[in-house]
Design a protein around this ligand. Sequence first.
Ligand code: FEO
Length: 404
Amino acid sequence: MNRKISEHIEWVGKTDWELTHFHGEELSTAHGSSYNAYLVRCGGKTVLVDTVWRPYDREFVERLAATVDLHDIDFIVMNHNEVDHSGALPELMAEIPGTPIYCTAKGESIIRGHYHPEGWDIRTVRTGDRIALGDESLTFIEAPMLHWPDTMFTYFSGDGGVLFSNDAFGQHYATESLFEDRENLEGAIREALKYYVNILTPFSAQVGRKLVEIGAMNLPLALVAPSHGVIWREHIPMIMELYKAWSGGYAEERVAVVYDTMWNSTRRMAEAIADGIAEVAPRATVTLHNASKHDKNDIVTEVFRSKALVMGCPTINNELSYAVDGLLGMIKGLKLKGKSGAAFGSYGWSGEGPGLIQNRLEAAGFAPVCAPLRLQWVPDAAGLEECRAFGRGIGAAVFGAPEG
Ligand code: FEO
């Protein structure tokens, strides 16, 4: 159902309660998602901002047609042309082929590369370009790499000021309520963080600069309307502050212990190391994650929140397990800043695993806390005490020596 969200704007997107994964299987979505599209009617003009993912293209066009005569749409704004937002363009343009589409220059190349259109009227815009809607206007703000090269924001001056921010400030969070103040705020923020970590973290420098640029524009903001999840209206300063913190080398008083295990020896090491950290850093939160069993996106979110990652793996054919190897690849890609790392693992004969982890963590920018810890076969009481001592050393190095 399409819904009015302010005097001149209707939400015309699609709520996807069934979505369990996004970007293929790369990103888990525990609370579904939505593909938010908006219809702005102001000053005698009708403007569509973004569309929805292709599986819902016909449904989207039919619901849109029930809201507005499609031929009354004066133009379409495509803030970002990944398929979850541009996927319904072909179905829509089949109905209104001459309607202008406004996007960035990179957006045009992405639209052409995806849909190979003939005859579409694609018009490129840059930061500061403005289109009047009677007394109000739409202003475009390029936002490259938030999170694709083509991304831009669009600012509507009416209704107290509305920033259509596309993926920025979004969350994979299905909601019928539309607004964050009518939702479980904690749940929406949790999903906003997971979204930031898994999609925007590699571009934190660009996020930080864009926040400064938006702040310097002193735009009145009654709504921040992203392309996924809740629309922000009562907590706009809060989500902006969170983005500022997340984009600036974020860390809480936490340590993530992430391991894989074949016969439980590395698991027992992980638990003893966690005990050691907790002994010397009682106010820190220590979390344990089995890389094979727990959600990879939740694990990297926990790593993002932590000051240090302590990672363990048995040695398998001179290499790491599939899960630890994959996680290390994900973590490197996120380009995390200011984190420390340590490695451990049980082994039988060659024992390369912990050293491989240490090298990979250092290559990903983690500062090494200490030399890797390796224990052969099954840890006995002395081995477990060695793990606790290893944990105490990490805790002291990351959080300082315990008081008293
Ligand atoms: Fe929600 Fe980058 O698309």
